[in-house]
Unconditional design. Structure first.
Length: 554
């Protein structure tokens, strides 16, 4: 058991690593606290949670199913990891979010490692980059709203670190990390996962006069590793059904890029160019302000390439895509963090107090806004729990603003860490208290588990609710009445068993529906939906839970 004296000795010998460890431990504690206090939210997080639950329950790890129907929209690695988390914690929301939280911590560590290489061993600058990345809200949005993007960013950063380490330190193991990272990225989201690692390769060579390295046995083995890991699942399904090749390459690669309408994610071309800087404030203000002041010509060529290939080219690439979501560009923010660290340490000492005060003021204003939420809770229709962490965070920022005990570049870094720890502690009680408002259905499942409704079949009208299936631990019957979100792809089903959990009521209701309702089923419907004409009169009682209405027979 280390003593306090030995801890201080370790801090004195290697303070940067100790501060990094403290940052990671603090973020892990703030993230992990009350992680199960609200259920998975619609639609993405609930979808991944329920597929992972069904995969774990069925033992079929090759064929992902959503509400009992085959679901091949994404490769399976995210589902596998979700199922693994659930196997550790049981069927709880904490199990769904456990590994994405660890992935976020891994990203922070990888940014630090990348900084150690790109800053030629300067641990202070590498730590700055890690703190900047760790205090970008988008990183924790990806961890708390489980999707493929958090995992994808981790594999891409691992691959980028591997190849950069190989180039700069001549380590062959870095080359294997690169190929393995590419394989895991392919198994997470397909070819789009290759973008950032290949940009790291381009950034190393572009206009730097470097001699291209020969192809060796290590490259051949690494390429084999990429194929074995990244294409294994695709190959297995293609052997079962050759139509899967076209389905993956055209339906979920080309069409996702070229046709937003196919997936309902239409955004204007400038979406990322505006949203990426806006969601990384105030660090983006520092980066853009200093980059504009320094100018392109004065920026060293390696850092010109980081800006060009790690940030601008990927942003342009994803801007050309017709399908856009903010988390698609999550890996870009590692380049933002590294460039911000560069400019923060290159900034003249006379300007650091001014920038430090500005950054702290921004975070203080945000926390003050959080503290004022109770005053506008009625207008926003939110339930606001006590916000004690916000008061503590605001106090810390106040101390840092007067420069009482932290000086120089460390001042805004300490403020950023305090702000993010505070935010992680504040946001979870808000989500738990307003679960129904944020498209969660665990309170509905709790109502269905009470008294006379317990154990009855559940029928959901014109909505696809994987969050409800996850909370119930069983698949409800979905009724399709025109909502396109409820339509399902069934071309790969081998038989008609899927019809037991999906019924079309857009026309005359099928006989199976009447049979189901006579089994004392309960019908869940949005309160603003009119009562369906086919709903029998003997379903006479109802109970309201938030925006949902539950019809049932006595």
């Amino acid at each position: 058991m280390p003593t306090m004296r030995s801890w201080y000795a370790a801090l004195a010998q290697n303070p940067t690593r100790c501060w990094l460890a403290l940052l990671l431990l603090g973020l892990a504690a703030a993230f992990g606290l009350d992680l199960n206090s609200w259920g998975p939210l619609e639609s993405s997080e609930a979808r991944y949670a329920e597929i992972g639950r069904e995969m774990l329950a069925s033992g079929d790890w090759l064929h992902p199913r959503l509400l009992g129907i085959l679901h091949y929209h994404k490769p399976p690695l995210t589902y596998w990891l979700t199922a693994a988390g659930l196997s550790v914690t049981g069927s709880s929301a904490a199990g769904v979010r456990l590994l994405p939280g660890l992935a976020a911590l891994g990203q922070i560590l990888l940014v630090y490692k990348l900084g150690r290489v790109l800053f030629y061993g300067d641990a202070r600058r590498a730590l700055t980059a890690a703190v900047v990345y760790a205090t970008l809200p988008v990183v924790w949005v990806a961890a708390l709203n489980v999707t493929t993007d958090g995992y994808l960013a981790t594999w891409e950063l691992a691959a980028a670190y591997g190849i950069v380490h190989h180039y700069h330190r001549h380590s062959w193991w870095g080359l294997y990390v690169f190929w393995l990272g590419l394989g895991l990225a392919l198994l997470t989201k397909g070819p789009v996962g290759l973008v950032l690692p290949l940009m790291a390769v381009a950034g190393y060579y572009f206009r730097q006069g470097r001699t291209r390295r020969p192809f060796t046995i290590h490259h051949a083995v690494g390429l084999g590793l990429l194929v074995a890991v990244g294409l294994s699942w695709y190959g297995a399904l293609a052997l079962e059904n050759p139509a899967m090749v076209r389905y993956f390459l055209v339906g979920h690669t080309v069409e996702r890029f070229a046709s937003a309408e196919a997936f309902g994610r239409t955004k204007p071309w400038w979406f990322y160019l505006v949203l990426a800087p806006a969601t990384s404030l105030p660090w983006s203000a520092l980066l853009l302000g200093r980059a504009g002041r320094v100018g392109w010509a004065a920026l060293p060529r390696p850092w010109q390439n980081v800006l060009l290939f790690w940030v601008l080219v990927p942003l342009l690439f994803f801007s050309l895509s017709q399908s856009k979501l903010l988390l698609y560009v999550l890996p870009v923010f590692a380049g933002v963090a590294l460039l911000t660290a560069y400019h923060l340490h290159e900034m003249p000492a006379v300007l650091q107090p001014r920038w430090g005060t500005g950054l702290l003021t921004f975070w203080g204003a945000l926390l003050l806004g959080v503290m004022l939420l109770p005053a506008v809770a009625g207008t926003l229709r939110l339930v606001v729990p006590p916000l004690v962490p916000a008061v503590a965070g605001l106090g810390l920022l106040g101390l840092l603003t007067v420069r009482w005990w932290v000086q120089g570049a460390a001042r805004p870094l300490a403020g950023a860490a305090g702000f993010m720890l505070t935010l992680l502690l504040v946001v979870k009680p808000l989500l738990a208290a307003n679960e129904l408002a944020f498209q969660g259905t665990r309170p509905v499942a709790q109502a269905l588990a009470r008294s006379e409704l317990k154990g009855r079949p559940v029928v959901v009208y014109n909505e696809l609710l994987p969050s409800l299936a996850f909370a119930l631990g069983r698949v409800p019957v979905s009724l399709y009445a025109g909502n396109l979100n409820v339509r399902r792809e069934t071309q790969f089903e081998a038989n008609a068993r899927w019809r037991a959990t999906w019924l079309d009521v857009s026309g005359p209701p099928p006989p199976a529906l009447d049979s189901l309702l006579r089994q004392r089923a309960v019908l869940l419907i949005k309160r603003d939906e009119p009562r369906p004409a086919w709903l029998p009169e003997w379903l006479s009682r109802h109970r309201d839970v938030g925006s949902w209405r539950i019809y049932y027979a006595p």
